[in-house]
Design a protein around this ligand. Structure first.
Ligand code: S3P
Length: 445
């Protein structure tokens, strides 16, 4: 069954205001996905706290339950998962629908390619438009047989593996944690050492968490390798708050004069902190306190004060570590003095939507001079008039335009906001508590 739904939610955000208070955004999406997958593959019972109960991670959870993991939900964000062991996954007996979630589809594709049962992975209309050859091609080099739709799109039909996969040394053309992780997970089942080289370092949650589950992983910047035939042992995992969700409050506070927001226990893995470097380079006042490690990941409490931002040329070295935060950063650029230029970010065109055109079109609709480039954008800071924008069903586009209202002259309406629940359940309530004048309306289809 397909997970497509008619969109019913719109956001209406009154202009002005500021953000304040101490808040905790929900758990990290990337880490929550991996926690479920690895707990399901481990021997023994793992407890996960701070789990992100957003739609994307719930898709992963349902898929692994269908393949034999036993899940007890102690409360919304606490799970106890009894794994099946590395060779214990069973045929789900049904199509696995992972909704909007690229991480679920690409990581699970690697895992499923190595199983003795066949499987089919599908998702919503957005996910069925996204490129999957980036995982199916290297997996085919390892000996997997995966049938795609035209252009390498999902649904993906994965044939049973007749024999163990071959280890490969793969030089990925893109810096992508989903590609790297997909290959490493297949590599757990391969004979020999599976190695992935990347052009830039992508997020390293897979490497960190596999190590915590007792797997020997060789990892350094732009390289990761795993030897096949290793087992995972259950552990307890605490999931940090998602810096990608924190980014909306960080940008909102930075652009709105008089704001003072503190966000507790935000994940500060160096492969994810590009948004902080970029905002600081634009003049944002951000400080970090109480730095510590939870669940093998660095975290800290992040305080952001409203400030006058200025445009910058974004250093291409920050692109991979801020890849999900560019929609929010485009709003910061629209509120900054002067021009902000981004290049080297063509990956933004193949996210949940084409985020370069979605953001530039939306910004122009609000009166901002925004020029889309093949691999980035040029945005001139200016007056945000207000008006109506399309999120294209992309959660991060919807949330970005919601915070833009803090600096708008007129209300902003954002249509098609249902998918905010994929990554940031409770967004509207938390943002209202922080000071955003947000109202949600429901249209009954
Ligand atoms: C993710 C990796 C990134 C990111 C996505 C989550 C992950 O995608 O954009 O939101 O959890 O591995 P790519 O691997 O395509 O860069």
């Amino acid at each position: 069954m397909s997970s497509d739904v008619l969109s019913v939610l719109s956001y209406h955000v009154a202009p002005g205001g500021r953000l304040s208070g101490r808040h905790r955004v929900p758990g990290d999406k990337s880490i929550s996905h991996r926690a479920v997958m690895f707990a399901a593959l481990a021997e023994g019972t793992s407890t996960i706290t701070g789990f992100l109960d957003g739609e994307d991670c719930l898709c992963t959870l349902r898929a692994f339950e269908a393949m034999g993991a036993t899940v007890a939900r102690l409360d919304r964000t606490t799970l106890r998962i009894t794994g099946v062991g590395i060779d214990g996954l069973k045929d789900p007996g049904t199509v696995l629908d992972v909704g909007n979630s690229g991480t679920s589809m690409r990581l699970m594709c690697g895992l499923l390619a190595a199983q003795r049962f066949g499987s089919t992975l599908t998702g919503d209309a957005s996910l069925r438009r996204r490129p999957m050859k980036r995982v199916t091609e290297p997996l085919a080099q390892m000996g997997a047989t995966i049938h795609t739709q035209a252009g390498g799109r999902a649904p993906l039909q994965i044939e049973p593996a007749a024999q163990p996969l071959n280890a490969i040394r793969y030089h990925s053309p893109v810096a992508s944690a989903q590609v790297k992780s997909s290959i490493l997970l297949a590599g757990l089942y391969a004979k020999g050492l599976t190695e992935v080289h990347e052009p830039e370092a992508s997020r390293d949650h897979t490497e960190r968490m596999l190590s915590a589950f007792g797997v020997r992983v060789e990892a350094r910047e732009g390289y990761a390798a795993v030897q096949g035939g290793q087992r995972l042992r259950a552990i307890d995992i605490e999931v940090p708050s998602d810096i990608s969700s924190a980014a909306f409050l960080m940008v909102g506070a930075a652009i709105a004069p008089g704001s003072d927001v503190t966000l507790d226990a935000v994940g500060l893995n160096p492969t994810r902190t590009g948004v902080i470097h970029i905002l600081k380079a634009m003049g944002a006042r951000i400080s970090i306190a109480n730095e510590r490690t939870i669940g093998g990941e660095p975290v800290g409490d992040v305080r952001i004060l409203g400030s006058a931002l200025h445009g910058i040329d974004i250093d291409p070295r920050w692109v991979a570590s801020a890849i999900d935060e560019f929609p929010a950063l485009f709003i910061a650029a629209a509120c900054a003095r002067g021009e902000t230029r981004l290049s080297g970010a063509a990956e933004l065109r193949v996210k949940e939507s084409d985020r370069i055109s979605a953001m530039c079109n939306g910004l122009r609709a609000l009166g901002i001079d925004a020029v889309a480039l093949a691999d980035g954008a040029r945005i001139s800071g200016g007056r945000l008039r207000g008006g109506s924008v399309e999120s294209l069903g992309d959660h991060r586009i919807a949330m970005s335009f919601a915070v833009a209202a803090l600096r708008a002259e007129q209300p902003i309406t954002i249509r098609d906001c249902d998918n905010v629940a994929t990554s940031f359940p409770g967004f509207s309530t938390l943002m209202q508590a922080a000071g955003l004048r947000l109202r949600v309306s429901t249209r009954h289809p």
